[in-house]
Write a protein that binds this ligand. Structure first.
Ligand SMILES: Cc1cc2nc3c(=O)[nH]c(=O)nc-3n(C[C@H](O)[C@H](O)[C@H](O)COP(=O)(O)O)c2cc1C
Length: 193
């Protein structure tokens, strides 16, 4: 049966649990939810996925921000097809969260500059590699030398994820529970796990 989770205390409790894990993750390097898998549609039409660090998350709107190099394959993929999924799993909480939605690049230059300014100095070299991520090289370690003319900001990009649905799976000895929330309408439904 589909309906408003606010009329179903079990659904509300499950949503609260998932959103609490999500909101705590960006600030906690030990949090499992800090390392989601981002899935995209490859430029060849096939699937692609990789782990990213969750940099910011809004537990009410289910929006999230991730940082990447603008030269990365995922950026080209998202320019061609903005469909994206973030998959999280917290083993201690026995909870999987699948956020399905779209990713837009952060077009707002002022916001991008502000985020770059706040970035720990240790993160900046990640964006200074002379060759783009995924370039073929003749030996391990080639191409990661810093291009001295670059600050890294030239290649820094923020991916802004907006969820359409949140699919929450709670594993439990007493019985697994799965609920899908339509983020935009606020309605949801229990699913066979
Ligand atoms: C724990 C972990 C954290 C990572 N964090 C990021 C990240 O925040 N941003 C990023 O672009 N890549 C990150 N990566 C590397 C990606 O998984 C991936 O290898 C890289 O971004 C290239 O992906 P692409 O060729 O699909 O664009 C991380 C990898 C691991 C294992």
């Amino acid at each position: 049966m589909s309906g408003r989770p606010d009329k179903d205390p079990d659904a509300l409790a499950l949503i609260d649990r998932a959103s609490a894990l999500l909101s705590a993750a960006p600030g906690n390097p030990q949090a499992a939810f800090r390392y989601p898998v981002l899935s995209t549609v490859g430029r060849d039409g096939g699937p692609n996925g990789r782990v990213l660090v969750l940099r910011a998350a809004d537990p009410v709107t289910w929006q999230a921000a991730l940082h990447t190099d603008s030269r990365a394959e995922k950026v080209a993929e998202l320019a061609a097809n903005s469909a994206a999924m973030l998959v999280f799993y917290d083993h201690e909480a026995s909870l999987q969260l699948r956020l399905k939605g779209t990713i837009g690049r952060n077009a707002d230059k002022a916001t991008l500059e502000a985020i770059w300014a706040e970035l720990p100095a240790s993160n900046r070299p990640n964006y200074r590699a002379s060759l783009p991520t995924g370039s073929a090289i003749s030996a391990a370690g080639d191409g990661i030398d810093s291009a001295s003319a670059q600050s890294g900001y030239e290649n820094f990009d923020v991916l802004t994820f907006s969820a359409e649905t949140a699919d929450i799976l709670q594993l439990a000895r007493t019985g697994n529970r799965r609920y899908r929330l339509d983020v935009l309408s606020g309605a949801g439904t229990w699913l066979v796990p």
